[in-house]
Design a protein around this ligand. Structure first.
Ligand code: ANZ
Ligand code: ZN
Length: 823
């Protein structure tokens, strides 16, 4: 009769939690606070198995900290601007808000059902004007600090979505969202000056070590890509024999190979290339430039691609030996890295060597590493070695000394200096799409760029829907003429609004601050609220955000620190990257037909069983193959646990100390393991130990202490509290059946009694000729050999033997050793 009814329990406790504000933090200084945060969802349809996995991990952490007595903030909101909503609106002839908010409602219902311990009162949507008002406000503050600016450059362009993409949104040469091959376009766009924070983004990672997965830190370090080297200035002889007024600068990590520079290369799209090319070579150069625009940066950097390029008809002068070297434009040099120009040292750089061989250029070895001459082998050498044909460097034998020596000389001669370069680029934030936060700038013919005054924020989106949103290459906002045409806030003359919207990564770079101050009108957040709650104790989300989102939100936090609004530089102390749910060894996909529907799983087995299955499947970081797990088995276990709790017949509050000692020892041993597993986020191990507890409890009820024993109640309570992290509905039911007032979400985390962990001892007696001569305390499982050795070394025994030989030793472990002396 006593079966756990998942469907009924789900309805009942959802309602209870909601009406009682069970998961709303007290925020009253009565206890320490903890902020647990899940990366907020994008409203693309209903929740799926991936959400099930990600959100259960954050839920365990928040529930556990709450049980430990912390006041936990665990909020939820939606990252609700973005292209999919816009594309859906175009297809359906509707407004993006319709699709967006309908999906949010669906997801919100599913999140509630999924039993997440969320504070719904802080819910936010980045597409709400009261949210994007502050996104715009932040943009303006960044701009005042010189951190938001406009520049013309070649940008990644998705021909299908008809919008620019940040470098980070180009995946292997294709659009991250739609997979179309990305091309280049020259446009004037808004950027955030992230590069100004490159060094701090690197340095502050020290604070994250141990708290963030190593691989995420490595990916961030790589992305930032710090390179140490030098700038070297080359004079340029123009086509007519005259000299360019300004020398041309290269960035090199190997200034010590300067004597081996036999040519010079400029990125084709760098303005310098078009400036230098002579009339004779212009046609060929322009054709090459067009070709360059059609290939992606990734392809350009591929080592196995043929090294193409065109001669520009001019020469550069090597500053150390005056050698005249030809200047080329070649696509293996990127305009946006270093200075956009390089010195070609074919003997010691493989790309340069490939280029030199393709274009018949000289190869001059200047570091003798002992390996064969690159001019003959076609393999560049890069190790330490003896410098040759290198003027003052000859005689030196290591790179560090060589670099120091040449840089000193370059600096003395005023033709170079040490330099640090980063691979990181400024963040391109303009998007020519509708469904995003409008950039709060007005372009005035007289005043130029004018910020929309703070008291006129938000700049709300004009109402556009359906076909009006279709990609045209310009922002849809440009067609909303009533909206675009405004009076300049400075001079009152006719002016135009900026028609770009912000990259949605801007929205997600500060949402975690807003959760601390829902509804706050005085700014994006109240600094006092943030001081109380932040930094976030635990952030949970997918590793696909290892670079972009995590880098940008770190950048935002540092800027807010510099503005004096927050007093920390790293917003997330710990980061957990959950694995993915796959099926039959493959990622779930429509084409493979191996999708698993979360709603259907919940209908069949109940929320708790699905949550338990996800958690029990393995460590949180690892992928789960749904083909290998058994939600039916999970449900069976939950029924067993529930039955065990309902079997308890003692009254609540019974003193467990009077209960069965063996069961208590088992309970506390397992509890210690559960606690340790939770602290180290091995949630699957914690579940396994709870399962063992249920087995031990069951045995005690059926064949041991019986249902009225206080130790049985103790076990049932420990099981219930521990289970509440993973299976909150059944745990609430069990807690109630055990006679406690709800909710188990605020029960105290059970304390391990250390005295129950100590191995118990027994007294072993040593006899000589039947008389007791000594005794020791030993473990119950002591071996016969150990006892024999201890007895024969015992002082009392030795005295009784008085030098006689031992004829016989009889060991009855663990209680008796009897010694018979010889004659
Ligand atoms: C001469 C040289 C000699 C170089 C040598 C290397 C080895 P990382 O480590 O990635 O920073 N480089 C500089 N700017 C470039 C650009 N815009 N596009 C493509 N390549 C560029 O690489 C720095 C090295 O990459 C620089 O040092 C330069 O080649 C090249 F034996 O200069 B080196
Ligand atoms: Zn004006």
């Amino acid at each position: 009769p006593d079966r756990y009814d998942a469907a009924a329990a789900q309805l009942r406790w959802q309602e209870y939690w909601e009406t009682n504000g069970t998961f709303v933090p007290r925020d009253d200084d009565s206890s320490e606070r903890a902020y647990v945060l899940d990366m907020f969802p994008y409203p693309s349809g209903d929740l799926h198995m991936g959400h099930a996995e990600a959100f259960v991990m954050g839920d365990i952490v928040s529930r556990y900290l709450r049980l430990k007595g912390l006041d936990v903030l665990h909020p939820i909101g939606w990252d609700s601007f973005g292209l999919p909503a816009e594309n859906a609106a175009i297809q359906r002839g509707t407004h993006p808000a319709e699709w967006t908010y309908a999906n949010i409602d669906t997801q919100a219902t599913s999140f509630r059902r999924y039993g997440l311990s969320l504070d719904w009162s802080r819910r936010l949507h980045t597409s709400d004007p009261e949210y994007y008002r502050w996104t715009q406000w932040l943009f303006l503050r960044f701009r005042e600090r010189g951190l938001a600016y406009r520049k013309a450059s070649f940008v990644n362009w998705c021909p299908k979505d008809q919008t620019v993409l940040a470098n980070e949104q180009v995946v292997q040469g294709t659009c991250e969202r739609c997979g179309t091959t990305v091309t280049k376009r020259q446009l004037t766009q808004w950027y955030f000056r992230v590069t100004e924070y490159a060094q701090r983004l690197l340095d502050d990672m020290g604070e994250l070590e141990g708290g963030w997965p190593d691989r995420v830190l490595a990916m961030q370090r790589n992305w930032i890509g710090r390179s140490e080297g030098a700038y070297v200035d080359f004079a340029v002889t123009l086509g007519d024999g005259s000299h360019r007024a300004e020398p041309v600068r290269v960035f090199t990590t190997r200034p010590d190979t300067l004597y081996g520079a036999t040519f010079f290369v400029i990125a084709p799209e760098a303005p310098l290339a078009a400036e230098l090319v002579t009339d004779k070579h212009r046609a060929a150069f322009e054709a090459y430039l067009e070709q360059t625009k059609r290939i992606t940066e990734i392809e350009r950097q591929a080592t196995d691609r043929p090294k193409t390029g065109v001669f520009l008809g001019v020469h550069a002068t090597n500053p150390v030996d005056g050698a005249q070297i030809p200047v080329y434009a070649a696509d293996y040099v990127l305009a946006e890295y270093g200075t956009g120009a390089v010195m070609g040292v074919p003997a010691h750089d493989q790309r340069d060597l490939d280029f030199a061989r393709a274009h018949g250029l000289r190869v001059q070895m200047v570091v003798d590493t002992g390996q064969p001459d690159p001019a003959e082998t076609g393999v560049a050498t890069s190790g330490d070695g003896a410098y040759v044909s290198s003027g003052p460097l000859d005689g030196l034998t290591d790179k560090t000394a060589g670099i120091a020596r040449i840089v000193e000389q370059l600096q003395d001669d005023g033709v170079g200096e040490t330099a640090v370069t980063f691979r990181l680029r400024d963040w391109l934030l303009s998007r020519q799409r509708y469904w995003g936060a409008p950039i709060p700038i007005i372009h005035c013919p007289g005043c130029g760029e004018v910020a929309v005054p703070d008291d006129q924020l938000p700049v709300e989106l004009p109402h556009l829907s359906g076909a009006a949103l279709a990609p045209k290459g310009t922002s849809p906002l440009a067609s909303a003429t009533d909206w675009v045409n405004v009076a300049c806030p400075q001079c009152g003359e006719p002016a135009k609004r900026d028609t770009d919207t912000m990259d949605t990564f801007v929205d997600s770079s500060w949402y975690f601050f807003r959760y601390c101050s829902p509804g706050y009108e005085g700014g994006p957040f109240d600094p006092d609220d943030v001081r109380r709650w932040m930094p976030v104790a635990q952030y949970v989300g997918g590793v696909e955000h290892a670079i972009l989102h995590l880098l940008y939100m770190r950048f935002f936090t540092k800027v807010l620190f510099d503005m004096g609004l927050v007093d920390f530089v790293e917003p997330m102390r710990r980061l957990l990257n959950q694995g993915q749910v796959i099926n039959q060894g493959r990622a779930m996909s429509k084409s493979l037909g191996n999708g698993v529907d979360l709603g259907a799983q919940i209908d069949a087995f109940g929320v708790d069983a699905v949550r338990l299955t996800v958690v029990f499947a393995g460590p949180p970081e690892e992928d789960i193959d749904w083909a290998d797990v058994s939600p039916a088995g999970s449900l069976k276990f939950l029924q067993r646990a529930y039955r065990f709790a309902t079997d308890v017949t003692s009254a609540p509050g019974t003193d467990p100390a009077t209960g069965d000692r063996a069961l208590r020892r088992e309970t506390h041993r397992l509890l210690a393991d559960v606690t340790a597993a939770l602290e180290s986020q091995r949630f699957n191990v914690a579940v396994a130990r709870v399962m063992e507890m249920v087995n031990a409890g069951r045995r005690a009820v059926d064949t041991g202490a019986g249902p009225a024993d206080p130790a049985v109640r103790e076990a049932a309570e420990v099981i219930t509290v521990a289970l509440s992290l993973v299976a909150p509905y059944v745990a609430e039911e069990m807690w109630e059946r055990l006679g406690h007032a709800p909710s188990v979400a605020h029960a105290p985390w059970p304390q391990v009694d250390p005295s129950l962990l100590v191995a118990e001892t027994v007294t072993c007696v040593f006899q000589v000729q039947g008389k007791v001569r000594g005794r020791i305390e030993v473990a119950p499982d002591v071996t016969e050999d150990e006892l024999r050795a201890a007895a024969l070394a015992d002082e009392g025994v030795l005295r009784a033997l008085a030098g006689r030989e031992v004829a016989k030793v009889i060991v009855r472990a663990p209680k008796l050793v009897s010694i018979v002396p010889g004659k």
